[in-house]
Design a protein around this ligand. Structure first.
Ligand SMILES: NC(=O)c1ccc[n+]([C@@H]2O[C@H](COP(=O)([O-])OP(=O)(O)OC[C@H]3O[C@@H](n4cnc5c(N)ncnc54)[C@H](O)[C@@H]3O)[C@@H](O)[C@H]2O)c1
Ligand SMILES: O=c1ccn([C@@H]2O[C@H](COP(=O)(O)OP(=O)(O)O[C@H]3OC[C@](O)(CO)[C@H]3O)[C@@H](O)[C@H]2O)c(=O)[nH]1
Length: 422
């Protein structure tokens, strides 16, 4: 519940109610950020996105306690004249909009570059020209590969943090060759960071740049064939969740040797709220937001998710829960990878006093509980439905489709049909 008492920031200053334009509010991070702002602050949100499925629960009824503090605008910032007016109406713009799933970077490089650089240009321009504050979401991927990854495999220097800890104000950005179009995203994100930084240096734009280090949790991406395209390839959490839900093997790209640190979405949005409400401490800064204590290889992540899902679902794991697959087969030509992503936490600790709290096991427990509750039934029904169709077309048996409602047989969606084998 939004508090009615005057809230104060880290410097003891009163936090005045803000109007926040959130571009990309309908996404994974945006939906959690909207929830937190509406539940814990008096701020108003102008939620801008092409989709609103993940925030529908915040928009539905005027009876909601935050009614009137969130308005949704179905806008594509690629071409909408309303954008500048909305920026002018707001005290702060947060830009989350992006194509940010690696399966797109090497297969849709032009869309990826446009989305992460070209389409962000007017947002930066309007904020700068109208002296409006900007919080822009970049990515940990701007660091690319670690320096240590270029050392000989047996070099002891690979164990030296100087060769792998990623620090906002000193670490270089190291990408693969141009043919490795995976890096189209990271390079576009790097260039928009540089443009924002230059707008700050030359024109006084008040900006904060966020570099998320694999934030995960409920509502991340989609489950292919349920709430996303069957042929879609989401990020690893949803890929592995999909396999677990369907009792299929988890695919380990190039053996799952890459390493990642994962942070719980609920911890991460706490850091963003601190940035929103402490402009004197956040303006002009780039922040790593991650959890250096949650590092695993992708293989270890798969093993942990398998164990947690078995606990959550009550179903035994597969004999062989994982299978290796080449990146070429899984992602196609032009894929490349970050070897390791450990965030240096010095700057965010100093400026905002923020640290993540949730262990990887606990965040996977709450996330997979959500996934199982949300998707298991739907997937089971679709599975039976597909089986029924197969049996009927294969002439194996006749099946009486028992319609649950009076609709025509054309809408044989799993949710409204049961069947019995005669
Ligand atoms: N989730 C993470 O761990 C992570 C890690 C690194 C960087 N990021 C960055 O954080 C931001 C948000 O990521 P997310 O995980 O919430 O992704 P997401 O895909 O769930 O959300 C992005 C949202 O932006 C919207 N969008 C994209 N293009 C748009 C356009 N032209 N006009 C209007 N809306 C548009 C999409 O509809 C989507 O709802 C992105 O910029 C991403 O690069 C996220
Ligand atoms: O089925 C799968 C899917 C993926 N992998 C491997 O897991 C690693 C992580 O992949 P993913 O979560 O898709 O994305 P990345 O961490 O590589 O990059 C993202 O992080 C930040 C962001 O900017 C936005 O979220 C995005 O670029 C990776 O090694 C995959 O190959 C797998 O083995 N099996």
């Amino acid at each position: 519940m939004a508090s009615s008492t005057v809230r104060i920031n880290l410097d003891g200053k009163p936090i005045n109610p803000l109007t926040i334009l959130m571009i990309g509010a309908g996404g994974f991070i945006g939906s959690h950020l909207c929830e937190k702002i509406l539940n814990e602050t008096p701020h108003k949100i102008l939620a801008l996105d092409v989709y609103n499925d993940k925030i529908k629960h915040l928009l539905e009824s005027d009876s909601l306690k935050w009614a009137g503090r969130i308005q949704f605008y179905r806008i594509n910032i690629k071409h909408d004249s309303r954008l500048e007016g909305l920026i002018k109406m707001s005290d702060l713009t947060i830009n989350l909009a992006a194509i940010c799933t690696p399966a797109d970077y090497n297969t849709r490089p032009l869309d990826t570059i446009y989305s992460n650089f070209i389409d962000a240009l007017p947002v930066v321009k309007y904020c700068s020209e109208n002296a409006k504050r900007l919080i822009h979401f970049s990515t940990c991927e701007v660091y690319g590969k670690t320096i240590g990854s270029f050392l000989p495999k047996d070099s002891p220097l690979r164990q030296d943090p100087a060769y792998y800890v990623l620090k906002e104000d000193t670490s270089p950005c190291i990408f693969g060759s141009i043919e490795k179009q995976r890096w189209s995203y990271a390079c576009a994100k790097q260039l928009i960071e540089r443009l924002i930084y230059a707008e700050g240096a030359e024109n006084g734009l008040e900006f904060t740049i966020v570099r998320p280090f694999n934030w995960i949790g409920p509502r991340m991406d989609f489950i292919p064939g349920v709430d996303g395209p069957s042929e879609g390839v989401p990020r690893v959490l949803a890929c592995f969740s999909n396999a677990l839900l369907r009792r299929e093997q988890l695919k380990l790209v190039d053996g799952g040797v890459s390493q990642r640190t994962f942070v719980y979405i609920k911890d991460a949005i706490e850091a963003v709220l601190l940035m929103i409400e402490n402009p004197d401490r956040a303006n002009g800064h780039i922040f790593n937001v991650g959890n250096p204590n949650n590092e695993v290889t992708v293989r270890q992540l798969a093993e942990m998710m398998t164990e947690v899902y078995s606990k959550v679902s009550g179903e035994p794991a597969l004999e062989q829960p994982t299978v290796d697959i080449s990146s070429k087969e899984f992602y196609g030509e032009g894929y490349d990878d970050s070897d390791k992503r450990i965030p240096d936490m010095t700057i965010i600790n100093k400026q905002l006093g923020w640290n993540p709290k949730t262990s990887l096991w606990d965040l996977l427990d709450s996330t997979l509980t959500y996934q199982h509750k949300t998707y298991a039934e739907a997937i089971k029904k679709r599975g039976l439905h597909v089986l029924a169709r197969y049996l009927v077309t294969a002439g194996k048996c006749c099946i009486n489709f028992v319609k649950r409602d009076a609709g025509a047989f054309t809408d044989l969606e799993p949710d409204n049909v049961g069947f019995k084998i005669c």
